[in-house]
Write a new protein. Structure first.
Length: 287
């Protein structure tokens, strides 16, 4: 029986209704086993395009494909039955037109069973694209501030809000996403004073990552908080050192194999009965 058999899955409207309430807990998930562990603790699980860097070793998220996002979305849906599952729209899957965005977003929801998508949409058409999807039944999570998919334009991952013009642009994009019907907005890598301003200016809850504790919720890349990498962004707090745990476990296993201590009696099969004689062609036939 499901762990949450008596608790319906959290929905996009449930998240939007949390504006100004208890902080919304969000983490990334890319696989079924990890999603199953995180699910009881989270309100929202994001199948982020960060999967390209975290699991596939890509230098940034630009190379992530729609097929990759669908595959990982399917895996997370197999492991989670409580949290709202949101799938990132990868670079190149929504920018050309609202129609392109709808076709690809609809495919994601159909093939994964996830409940919503997230877009790093920006510029003057951000509201038009989000509204086009929302009006056609697709819940959209917005994303403003530092946009990893724009790394080739920015030149590097760079926090936003350094100038008055930049702050005004980020705030305008957040308002446009909100007015278009986004149920929540990720605010990434912005000046700490700008995040509360955005939060106060929009009706949708804000989900901070490298923003401010005054956002309506927080999200981190799970593998970062678990300590699986040598380097992590400034905004990450490590809650474990799984890299060290894995390194020690692999070293102990290697030592046992080389010393022939593994496998031992506890890890091998001793079956009853006599060994069966192998039958060969023609065996038992008369000449």
């Amino acid at each position: 029986m499901s762990r949450h058999a008596d608790t319906p899955r959290i929905t996009a409207p449930d998240i939007r209704a949390r504006k100004g309430g208890d902080p919304i807990v969000c983490l990334t998930a890319y696989t079924a086993p990890v999603a199953k562990i995180l699910d009881p603790h989270c309100d929202l699980l994001l199948v982020g395009d960060s999967v390209g860097m975290v699991l596939h070793g890509l230098p940034n998220t630009v190379g992530v494909t729609l097929e990759m996002m669908i595959m990982h979305g399917q895996a997370v849906m197999r492991g989670a039955d409580h949290a709202l599952v949101v799938v990132d729209m990868p670079f190149g899957s929504f920018e050309a037109s609202a129609e392109q965005a709808f076709a690809n977003a609809a495919r994601v929801l159909k093939e994964t069973g996830a409940q919503a998508i997230k877009m790093e949409a920006s510029g003057p058409n951000i509201g038009e694209t989000i509204r086009f999807l929302v009006d056609r039944g697709i819940p959209v999570m917005g994303h403003v501030g530092l946009r990893p998919q724009a790394v080739n334009v920015d030149g590097r991952f760079r926090a936003k809000g350094r100038t008055r013009e930049e702050r005004a642009r980020v705030l305008a994009e957040a308002r446009a996403a909100d007015e278009a019907g986004a149920f929540a907005i990720v605010v990434e890598g912005v000046d700490e004073a700008l995040a509360p301003e955005i939060t106060a200016a929009v009706k949708a809850p804000t989900i901070g990552i490298g923003a401010s504790a005054k956002c309506d919720g927080q999200i981190l890349v799970t593998d970062d908080l678990l300590g699986l990498f040598e380097w992590t962004p400034k905004f990450v707090r490590r809650y474990a050192d799984l890299k060290g745990v894995i390194d020690k476990a692999a070293a102990a296993y290697a030592a046992d194999v080389r010393a022939r201590r593994f496998p031992a009696a506890a890890e091998t099969y001793v079956l009853g009965g006599k060994p069966q004689r192998r039958r060969v062609a023609g065996d038992g036939k008369r000449g």
